[in-house]
Ligand binder design. Structure first.
Ligand SMILES: C[S@@+](CC[C@H](N)C(=O)[O-])C[C@H]1O[C@@H](n2cnc3c(N)ncnc32)[C@H](O)[C@@H]1O
Length: 235
């Protein structure tokens, strides 16, 4: 492992805004913060927004800086990327921003019913290979996990350069009759960023895709209080 990664891992241990649970804290059991994020971590009772696969946490930090009245928690498995977000939030003094280093597959261990009001999924790995549908972060498998803690009226935002993942998610939404507030095949072409300031934020991957001239797609949808979802496979 490189020295820079080791330095970041060591500094991660010093951040008050970064939680890195041990495997046995969550394997087949609930984490101590489940149902307690607002009270014990952020120390106040405000709605929580998650960014899944946050990488360097640009959305978590950007949304947090813009809205001190809400809490923002970035989740990723890669500590060296998350270091950037935790460091920036610390330097900016953002008390409403935090990071959780874990696999998203364990997400149920961390959040109690109605604890989360919004989920951003920013440029996830599209998992396009045959038979990988269940690995996609917008597959019905993951939606059923999110449904356990998303508050009534809560929304999911998917921002991706992958037209295939965008279309797959649309098919999931349609197959399950979920309410879709916005579906855009090209955020900037349709100038959606001019009406929603949240869409002006750009992640590391997004900047790369924009440089390559790729359109950036966006979906905003709800789960309609549902708990189970019909699985959708590629045709
Ligand atoms: C393509 S990157 C996008 C990062 C960031 N959202 C951006 O747009 O720059 C996908 C991120 O998801 C994280 N990731 C992928 N699968 C994950 C999983 N199962 N649990 C936690 N993080 C995951 C990776 O570590 C990576 O940082």
């Amino acid at each position: 492992m490189g020295k820079d990664k080791l330095r970041k891992f060591a500094e991660n241990l010093t951040f008050d805004n970064l939680v890195q649970p041990e495997f046995d804290e969550i394997f087949h059991r609930d984490h101590a913060l489940k149902g307690r994020w607002a009270a014990d971590f952020f120390k106040n009772g405000k709605p929580i927004t998650l960014e899944l696969g946050c990488g360097k946490g640009e959305y978590t930090v950007g949304l947090g800086a813009a809205d001190p009245e809400r809490y923002f928690l970035g989740i990723d498995i890669k500590g060296a990327r998350m270091w950037r977000g935790a460091k920036t939030a610390t330097e900016m003094g953002l008390a409403n921003v935090g990071f959780l280093r874990t696999r998203i597959e364990f997400i149920e261990s961390f959040f109690a019913p109605e604890e989360v009001s919004e989920i951003w999924i920013t440029f996830p790995d599209p998992q396009l290979k045959k038979g990988r549908e269940k690995k996609r972060l917008t597959s019905p498998v993951f939606l059923a996990w999110y449904a356990r803690f998303l508050a009534p009226g809560g929304v999911i935002h998917l921002k991706t350069d992958s037209r295939e993942l965008h279309d797959y998610t649309l098919r999931v939404i349609e197959a399950n009759g979920l309410p879709c507030e916005i579906a855009s095949a090209d955020i900037y072409g349709e100038r959606l960023d001019e009406v929603d300031p949240a869409l002006t934020l750009k992640t590391t991957y997004e900047r790369r895709f924009l440089e390559e001239g790729k359109p950036i797609t966006y979906l905003r949808f709800g789960l309609d209080g549902r708990r189970s979802f019909e699985m959708v496979y590629d045709e």
